[in-house]
Design a protein around this ligand. Sequence first.
Ligand code: CTP
Ligand code: MG
Length: 173
Amino acid sequence: MLDIIINGLWLIIPAYCANLFPVLMKGKIPIDFKKKFVDGHRLLGDGKTLEGFFSGIIFGSLMGILQIYLQPFMGQFYVFQFQHSLLTVILLSSGAIVGDLIGSFVKRRFGLERGAPTPILDQLDFLIFSLAVVSIIISIEFSWVIFLLIITPLLHYSSNLFAFMLKLKDKPW
Ligand code: CTP
Ligand code: MG
């Protein structure tokens, strides 16, 4: 069980960091440049900005690079079943950011406004997409995925609540 927790979290840190950072940026330029889709609703909405996009990928990747440097040192205490490489870190960070965009695209197609709570999709879009992308180059244990599917909504909800209390976010989800 401990192996599942440690490896699962070690794997997903770049994606979590990428997903967490954009809210701090208070970006202004919407990725969709306010363009509407054929259904009359925004393509992505004002909650997805260029600043958030790039800062998320960069921050997630930097945290992942830090992990790469820590891995040999950590080897004294714990040997991870998989080790991050520059490629896993970049794929996880960009996969998280793109997965979050896909989630917003889907929400807008259902006519949901920016920030409308959409349980499961809001918490898991970035996770599922980043895991799917990184699994192209590494094999991921099924048990890690199950663990992450359970723990992520809890962590996502508590970190958003925290951001809301710090007035970084308008809504607590
Ligand atoms: N954010 C950003 N750029 C991104 C992703 C997020 O600037 N690519 C910022 C926005 O300020 C956004 C906040 O992070 O409001 C929280 O992200 P999220 O909850 O994913 O966006 P929502 O505002 O809830 O919009 P949506 O309904 O599209 O999910
Ligand atoms: Mg949201």
